[in-house]
Design a protein around this ligand. Structure first.
Ligand SMILES: Cc1cc2nc3c(=O)[nH]c(=O)nc-3n(C[C@H](O)[C@H](O)[C@H](O)COP(=O)(O)OP(=O)(O)OC[C@H]3O[C@@H](n4cnc5c(N)ncnc54)[C@H](O)[C@@H]3O)c2cc1C
Length: 397
């Protein structure tokens, strides 16, 4: 065991207790610098490099504790604020490390997805505030969020990229209505958000008015990086923020709730080779040489993905490396879906509790499409690689 792994292990022995509230557990993690290890000391980090941060998160996984806050707050909002935010915004970062804030991304609209600069949601300056009106869609976790990263148009006469601004917005105000959207896998992973005379503080404008595109580009890069990265195995991930209701639950209670939830519905959008091999053994198809071959191919593919992703993280990459890892993940999801359905055979037509293993193979199969769309579609990732890594000519707008 490395020194840092031994330190984390000893720290967990001293600090982990199932009667702690989540709030207290996350507060302790942040105070020790283990919440977001690569961040500076004092705001939840310990100035760790990427490899050390990975060791810390793997050590927590090995002990099966509750993972540090994750998702759009730590992975998108915070690094964006470190780059573009004011001192006032930076002073709040500790709240992301302690899980007191939970963030969502309000970018996509019914007529603006890949072509994001076409956003029509408007933000009009009114004294010390902006008044925001419009509709956002496909916003992951918006129903649990208390803060939003908003891309809105402040100038309808300017060239489209020049007319957009970037604002932070309070999701818990009356002008923000969030409606969960249920997709074909039966889950409401994302929402549509209606903004009607909602207010954003003028001090929460990030960058200049009309200069939001540069900030959005930072966030899109961070999103690709987050979408491509996996989570450390073993630790339980819990939703942060006041709206989730988790902060005052004990960590023991949260483990119990997660066990019950897993019984009700499968959770994995992509099945690992370990799971697929187990399912193949269960249904007896593991003796088929063609199936064995494909399972081995999938295992190799998963390993290549893991290493590609490590390379992307090692280079700190939110650029082409993250796009390559994201495309590798989409390919893996499709492979996992096809293998899973071949293992299930005719049983693949059943879902939920009627199906073998509670429908885990079917749930993942019905989730596959989302993997290659969320965080930017495969085609858009190919464009990023072509234009930014290979220097190919930009496609005509
Ligand atoms: C699981 C999931 C989570 C998401 N979470 C969020 C979120 O939290 N916040 C948020 O704001 N949005 C979120 N989205 C929305 C996501 O960013 C958009 O769906 C995505 O950018 C595509 O936009 P669109 O759906 O409008 O499709 P379109 O942009 O209309 O694309 C339709 C098709 O055309 C192709 N296409 C479009 N433009 C080009 C081009 N220039 N070159 C080649 N092909 C092109 C696309 O690849 C796609 O196949 C999420 C989506 C999913 C599936």
């Amino acid at each position: 065991m490395s020194n840092i792994a031994a330190d984390v292990d000893a720290w967990i022995t001293e600090n982990w207790d199932t009667s702690l509230t989540l709030r207290e557990w996350w507060r302790r993690l942040a105070a020790a610098g283990y919440s977001q290890p690569t961040w500076p000391v004092g705001i939840g980090g310990c100035n760790a490099d990427g490899a050390t941060a990975r060791t810390i998160s793997e050590s927590m996984g090995a002990r099966g504790v509750i993972a540090a806050p994750t998702g759009m707050g730590p992975h998108m909002a915070a690094p964006m604020i470190m780059k573009h935010g004011t001192d006032e915004h930076k002073a709040e970062l500790i709240k992301i490390a302690t899980g007191e804030q939970h963030w969502c991304q309000l970018f996509s609209e019914p007529e603006a997805g890949s072509d994001l600069a076409s956003v029509r949601c408007s933000a009009v300056r009114d004294g010390e505030e902006y008044i925001v009106n419009g509709q956002k869609v496909w916003n992951s976790g918006a129903d649990a969020a208390d803060h939003g990263l908003l891309l809105a148009r402040t100038d309808f006469t300017a060239q489209k990229h020049a007319g957009v601004s970037f604002l932070l917005i309070d999701m818990l105000q009356p002008g923000v209505e969030v409606r969960p959207l249920v997709t074909m896998n039966g889950s409401a992973h994302f929402c549509e958000v209606f903004l009607t005379d909602a207010r954003a503080r003028a001090t929460d404008l990030i960058g200049s008015e009309g200069g939001g595109w540069a900030v959005a580009t930072t966030v899109l890069g961070l999103e690709r990086k987050m979408a491509a990265s996996g989570s450390a195995r073993g630790a339980l991930t819990v939703t942060a923020g006041p709206k989730s209701g988790n902060l005052d639950r004990t960590v023991g209670e949260l483990f119990e709730m997660a066990r019950e939830k897993a019984k009700e519905k499968p959770q994995a959008m992509i099945n690992s080779s370990r799971v697929l091999i187990k399912e193949a053994q269960k249904s007896g198809v593991n003796h088929d040489p063609v199936m064995r071959d494909d399972l081995a191919r999938y295992h190799i593919r998963s390993e290549v993905y893991r290493l590609t992703n490590l390379r992307a993280r090692h280079t700190g990459g939110s650029g082409p490396e993250a796009s390559i890892a994201k495309i590798a993940l989409s390919g893996m999801a499709r492979h996992s879906r096809d293998l899973g359905m071949r293992i299930a055979g005719a049983g693949g037509m059943l879902v939920g509790n009627d199906a073998v293993s509670g429908g885990a193979l079917q749930y993942a199969a019905l989730s596959t499409a989302g993997v290659s769309i969320g965080g930017g579609t495969d085609e858009i990732q190919h464009n990023v690689i072509g234009e930014r890594a290979l220097g190919l000519p930009k496609e005509p707008s």
